[in-house]
Design a protein around this ligand. Sequence first.
Ligand code: ZN
Length: 374
Amino acid sequence: MRLTKVLGWPLVLLSFSMVVGCPGAGESTDEDSSVSEVRREIILQFTRQGRLTPDIRGELLSLTSANGLRQYAQKQDEAYLESLPVDGRLCMQMLEKVVGIGPRFSGSEGMLAQQQLLQDYFESHGGAVEYQRFKARNPISKQGVETVDMANMIVRWFPEKKRRIVLCAHYDTRPFPDNDPDPTLRKAEFVGANDGGSGVAVLCALAKEVAKLDSKLGIDMVLFDGEELVYNSARDPFFLGSTHFAEQYATSRHDYQYVAGILLDMVADADLQIYQEINSRRLAPRIVQQVWSIAKRLGVAEFRANARHEVRDDHLPLNQIAKIPTIDLIDFDYPSPQKRETYWHTTQDTVDKCSAISMAHVGWVVLEWIKSQN
Ligand SMILES: [Zn+2]
C-alpha cells in the first residue's frame, strides 16, 4: 500500500504511557532497573490489549525478577488466547507456514507454494476455492512485453447466498525490502510477515469460525495478488489483483451482490494500534462506525477511534470500481507511533515482530462484525 498522509503524533498516547509508565516507582528503589523495565513493558502491553485487570497488575507489581515477570506474562497470554473466540495460535502457525516459504511476490515459486498450501487449508475446512487468473506486464521486463501470471484466490462460503460480504487481504509480498535502513540490504530477501502474511493468517483462522456460522449472508475471502509487484514506487502500478477483481465484478454478469467488505493489511504487529483509515472513513463510514463500536463493546483496545493515516490500498478499487463499501483495517505504525524506526518494507518484517493476540483480536472483531450483518 502507499501512505498519502499521516496526522500528528498522538499526544493522547504519550500521556497515556506516562500514566502507566514506571509502575511501582518509589516502592522498589533498589530494584534492578532491568526488572522495572520488563515490568513496565508488560504492563504497557496488557494495557494496550485492554486486559490489565487489578489482579494482574497486583501480581506484576509483586514479582521481583525479570524471569518471573516474563513467565507470568507468558502464562497469562496462553490462558487469554485460550479464551478468545478466534484462534490466535492458529493465526501464528499459519503465519509461520507462509513466511517459512520465503518471498511470495507475484509469479514467484514462493507464490505457487503458498497457493497450494492455502488451497489445501481452505478446502479442508469446507471452503470452495477458485482462482481468478490474469496476466500483468512485468515492471522489470526489458522489452516491456513480458508478463507475469497473476491469480487472485477466492474462497467461497455459503455459495448459494445472493447477498455476500468480502473479506480480503493481499497475499503477495513486495519483491525487495527496499525501505531497509541499511542500503546494502535493499536487494535482500523480503518475507513480509506483517505485510503480506498477517491478513492471510487471520483469514485462515476466521475460515474455521465462518464454516460454523449459520449465516444469512454469503462470505467470500479474496486473496489479492499483485498488491505490490513494485520495484519502483514512482513508476510501477499497485493493486493489480484488487483492480482486476473489481473490474470483473463491475463488468460481468453475476447473480449475487457484494454488500460490504473488510480489507486486512498489517494486522499482526505485537504493538498493534489500528486507527481509522481516512479513505475508509470517507468511502465506507457506516462500516467504520460498525467495526469500531464492536471493538469497543468487546474491549479490544487496539482499535483507536480516531483517524491517523490516509492509505492507498486494495480497498480503493473495491470502493471506486466495484462500488463495494469496503474499509481497510491497517496498523501502519510498525512497530509504533512513538518510534521513528519502521519495519515496513525492511528485512525486519519477520514473525518475531508479530503477535498471536493481535491477530486473534482483529479476527474476533471481524467475526462479530460478520455476525452483526445477518
Ligand atoms: Zn507493502
